[in-house]
Design a protein around this ligand. Structure first.
Ligand code: ADP
Ligand code: ADP
Length: 229
């Protein structure tokens, strides 16, 4: 079934002579359970596209729907985003476990259910032992794992990742890419990753959507055959 449908999406920053078209008439769908990536040169409009999908900015025109329902305003409940800059997305005054639990405060969940989910999410990213530490006590790669755990704790129908591994070293990047694929396999998650790194997109995903230079337009939509494990 179709999880995400983007149709005729346009986004323009500013108006009049200073207007800048960042996304130009984009349409595509992502099936449930797919790990798709969007790759394109820096500045081509990837983050803008992702922010439109996430409901963080309102597109100039076009439509985004998540399992058939239009995303009109605000971030939908069943969508989570992991950003590149983990150091700014975690709360330094909250422990790792409280960070992971934080978005669950707005769900109708008991305190113990929230805690169980946070612990399960931390375990699924290989961070069982560090719940009581603070983010600044962890390496960059571990902090990004915490961000991923926090996103997974809300059990999103769609997980969006914006250049998620661009700020970690190469070894950590491989580990986090493997982690992302394992999450997809084990949880059956639908994941859309935006990256400027073509190697990463091919290694990571089932499908690569290639964007042109600004404004973002799809120039190729490629299935990626992963070697059997
Ligand atoms: P990417 O993620 O591919 O690097 P972005 O979506 O960040 O691309 O940016 C696409 C284009 O839109 C760039 O030319 C950028 O300068 C411009 N842009 C991004 N954000 C804004 C903004 N808030 N106001 C004006 N222009 C912007
Ligand atoms: P080799 O040619 O000896 O396989 P590589 O550098 O191509 O060496 O790959 C080493 C390991 O890193 C392999 O397990 C490969 O799957 C993985 N790898 C290579 N490129 C990437 C990438 N861009 N992202 C993640 N893993 C990668």
């Amino acid at each position: 079934s179709t999880m995400l449908e983007v149709s005729g999406l346009n986004h323009r920053y500013g108006a009049g002579e200073k207007a800048h078209v960042a996304v130009n008439d984009l349409s595509f769908t992502v099936e449930a359970g797919q790990l798709a990536s969007i790759v394109g040169p820096s500045g081509c409009g990837k983050s803008t596209l992702l922010r439109c999908i996430a409901g963080l900015i309102k597109p100039t025109s076009g439509r985004v729907s998540l399992h058939g329902e239009a995303i009109s305003s605000g971030v939908p409940d069943d969508l989570a985003v992991v950003f590149q800059d983990y150091s700014r997305s975690l709360f330094p005054w909250l422990s790792v476990e409280k960070n992971v639990e934080f978005p669950l405060r707005w769900r109708n969940l008991s305190r113990s259910e929230r805690r169980t989910r946070a612990r399960d999410s931390l375990e699924s990213v290989g961070l069982s032992g560090v719940g009581s530490k603070f983010p600044w006590q962890l390496s960059g790669g571990m902090q990004q794992r915490v961000s991923i755990a926090r996103a997974l704790a809300s059990r999103p129908a769609l997980l969006l990742m914006d250049e998620p591994f661009a700020s970690v070293d190469a070894q950590t990047r491989f580990e986090l890419e493997d982690l992302t694929r394992r999450v997809q396999r084990e949880n059956g998650s639908t994941i859309l990753v935006v990256t400027h790194d073509i190697d990463e997109s091919v290694y990571l995903s089932d499908r690569v959507l290639v964007l042109s230079k600004s404004p973002a337009t799809i120039v190729a939509d490629l299935p990626v055959g992963l070697p059997a494990e």
